[in-house]
Design a protein around this ligand. Structure first.
Ligand SMILES: Cc1cc2nc3c(=O)[nH]c(=O)nc-3n(C[C@H](O)[C@H](O)[C@H](O)COP(=O)(O)OP(=O)(O)OC[C@H]3O[C@@H](n4cnc5c(N)ncnc54)[C@H](O)[C@@H]3O)c2cc1C
Length: 460
C-alpha cells in the first residue's frame, strides 16, 4: 500500500484525570459513573454527541441479562436498577419489578440518553463528546495518553488508569496490547445488525398479524428478502406507536471502515426492499414509513483484549463461579452466523442447515454445540472474573463491555447490555480503588472490590 509521511507535532493536553473512560456505551457509562462516585477524577471520551453506545446509537433493546437464566430472579442490580428506576420516572421503561417478569428491560433510547447525562453530571464525570480516540501512547507497558480528534484538531488526554470501553478494544489495540478477533478458525466475528423503527400502519388483529408475518416469511424463503427472521412486527420498543425490529444481518469486521460502509448500505437496501413491498402489497401498510434507523450498524463482536483469564463457552453453559467474581451474566451462547448468512440460517450450531457447505461446519462440527446445550442451567448464572478485565500487555488498562477477555463462545453470552453495565460498574469501581491505593488494577484487593460493589447495590 502507498504511504505518506505525516510530520511529528506537539499536541495540546486538554485533560488529565485519575480515570479515563474511553467510550460511553453500556460498559463505559457505568464505569465512568462508578469511578466518579467512588471519588476518582474521571473523564469520559465519546465519539458521538450522546452516550449509551449501541443502546442509543444502535437502537438495541431490550437490556438483556438482568435475571438468572430462564427465571425472574435478578442477577444484576446496582447502576442497571438505578437507570431503570430513573427511566421509568420519565415514561422511558417499565418498573424494575415489571421488567423482572420480561425477558429484558424494554426502554426508550432518548430516555436513556438523558438519564446517563444526569447521572454523569451528578457524579462529576467530565465529558468530552464528539471526540474520536485515534491513538493510545504506551511506554514501558503503561498508557500515558490517548490521542483524540475533534473539531479543534488533534488533542491528548493523559491519566493514571484507562478503561477501554470502545467495544472494539481500540485503546488496547492502539497501545500495542495483545487482542483477539472473532473465532480462532478464521477470525470471523459474529454478524452485525441494525434495528429500525416502523410506524404509520393500520391497527392489526392477531390473525392478520400472523398472516402478514407468514407472507413475509414465505418471501424470505423465496429469496426476495435477506433477513434472519420474519419478525418485523415483533417489537423490542417500549412505546406502542412504532415497532422496533431486529432482523437485519451483515457478515464483516466492524473495525474496518470498508466493512462498516458495506454493512450500512446493504442493511439499508434490505430494509427498504421490505418497506416498498409492504407499501405496495399489504393494504394496512400502504402509508407505513421508517420512523428511524439506528445511527450506526451494530457490531456484536470484534477485537477483545487478552487478559489473564478468558471467559469460555463452557463457563457460560455450566454457570461457572469464580473467587474473583465481579459481575454476573446469564445470556446464552448466542452466535449469529459469522458469515452473515440469513434465513434459514440463524445461530452457529451443529444443526445449521448449511452443513458441509460451510467451511467452519465442515472442519469443526465434531466440536460444535447443539441448540439445547447453549444455556446456563435454569435459575443459574455465570460469574465474570475480575481477571477478564485486565490486560496481559498494559498494566494500567482495564476493559469493559464487549471487549473483555473472552473466547468467541464466552463473548456470545457476556456481550448483552445488562452484563456489560454490571461489568462497567465493576471496572469503574476497580479503577477508583486502584487510583486511591496507588496500585495497578492487577494489584487491587479483589475482596475489598467485591465489598465495595455489594455496598453499591450490585449482586455478586
Ligand atoms: C444487532 C444487535 C442486536 C443486539 N441485541 C441485543 C439485545 O437485544 N439486548 C442486549 O442486551 N444486547 C444486545 N446486543 C449486544 C449489545 O448491544 C452490545 O454488546 C453492547 O452494547 C456492548 O456494550 P459496550 O459498551 O461494550 O459497546 P458499545 O455499545 O458498542 O459502546 C461503545 C461506545 O464507545 C464509543 N466508541 C467506540 N470507538 C470509539 C473511539 N475510537 N473513540 C471514541 N468513542 C468510541 C461508541 O461510540 C460507543 O458509544 C445486540 C447487538 C447487536 C449488534
Amino acid at each position: 500500500m502507498q504511504t505518506i509521511f505525516e510530520a511529528d507535532r506537539h499536541v495540546p493536553v486538554v485533560a488529565d484525570a485519575d480515570v479515563v473512560v474511553c467510550g460511553g456505551g453500556p460498559g463505559g457509562f457505568a464505569a465512568a459513573i462508578a469511578a466518579a462516585r467512588r471519588g476518582a477524577d474521571t473523564v469520559m471520551i465519546e465519539r458521538y454527541g450522546f452516550m449509551g453506545g449501541l443502546a442509543t446509537a444502535g437502537l438495541v433493546a431490550p437490556i438483556l441479562g438482568h435475571t438468572a437464566s430462564r427465571s425472574d430472579t435478578p442477577i444484576v442490580e446496582g447502576i442497571l436498577r438505578e437507570i431503570t428506576d430513573r427511566m421509568h420516572a420519565i415514561n422511558g421503561c417499565p418498573t424494575w419489578d415489571d421488567a423482572l417478569q420480561e425477558w429484558g428491560v424494554p426502554f426508550d433510547a432518548e430516555a436513556l440518553k438523558v438519564v446517563i447525562d444526569e447521572m454523569c453530571a451528578e457524579a462529576g464525570v467530565r465529558l468530552l463528546l464528539h471526540s474520536y480516540i485515534a491513538d493510545a501512547l504506551a511506554e514501558d507497558g503503561a498508557i500515558g495518553a490517548v490521542m483524540i480528534e475533534n473539531k479543534s484538531g488533534r488533542q491528548a488526554v493523559t491519566g493514571r488508569i484507562f478503561i477501554d470501553a470502545t467495544g472494539d478494544a481500540d485503546v488496547a489495540f492502539r497501545a500495542g496490547a495483545p487482542t483477539t478477533h472473532g473465532r480462532p478458525f478464521d477470525n470471523k466475528p459474529e454478524s452485525m445488525g441494525s434495528f429500525f423503527h416502523l410506524a404509520g400502519f393500520e391497527p392489526l388483529s392477531d390473525e392478520r398479524r400472523k398472516e402478514i408475518t407468514e407472507q413475509v416469511r414465505e418471501e424470505m424463503a423465496n429469496g426476495r428478502f435477506r433477513f434472519y427472521n420474519q419478525g418485523f412486527l415483533n417489537s423490542c420498543a417500549y412505546h406502542a406507536d412504532h415497532t422496533s425490529a431486529n432482523m437485519t444481518r451483515f457478515g464483516g469486521n466492524s473495525d474496518t471502515a470498508e466493512d462498516m460502509t458495506a454493512a450500512e448500505l446493504s442493511i439499508r437496501a434490505d430494509l427498504w426492499k421490505l418497506i416498498r413491498y409492504l407499501q405496495q402489497n399489504v393494504p394496512e401498510f400502504r402509508s407505513c414509513y421508517v420512523q428511524q434507523t439506528s445511527p450506526q450498524v451494530g457490531p456484536r463482536e470484534s477485537r477483545q483484549i487478552v487478559g489473564p483469564y478468558a471467559l469460555t463457552g463452557d463457563d457460560v453453559r455450566t454457570g461457572a463461579k469464580f473467587d474473583d467474581a465481579i459481575a454476573r451474566g446469564s445470556w446464552w451462547i448466542d452466535i449469529h452466523c459469522p458469515r452473515g448468512l440469513a434465513y434459514p440460517v440463524h445461530i452457529c450450531v451443529v444443526e445449521c442447515p448449511e452443513g458441509e457447505d460451510c467451511p467452519y461446519w465442515a472442519s469443526e462440527h465434531t466440536k460444535m454445540l447443539s441448540r439445547d446445550e447453549l444455556h446456563p442451567p435454569d435459575g443459574d448464572w455465570y460469574d465474570i472474573p475480575y481477571r477478564s478485565l485486565l490486560s496481559v500487555g498494559i498494566k494500567n488498562l482495564l476493559s469493559t463491555g464487549r471487549c473483555i477477555s473472552a473466547t468467541h463462545e464466552g463473548m456470545a453470552g457476556s456481550r448483552v447490555m445488562g452484563t456489560c453495565i454490571a461489568i462497567g460498574q465493576a471496572a469503574g469501581t476497580a479503577a477508583a480503588s486502584a487510583t486511591s491505593a496507588q496500585v495497578a488494577p492487577g494489584n487491587v484487593n479483589v475482596s475489598d472490590l467485591q465489598g465495595a460493589l455489594r455496598a453499591d447495590g450490585q449482586l455478586i
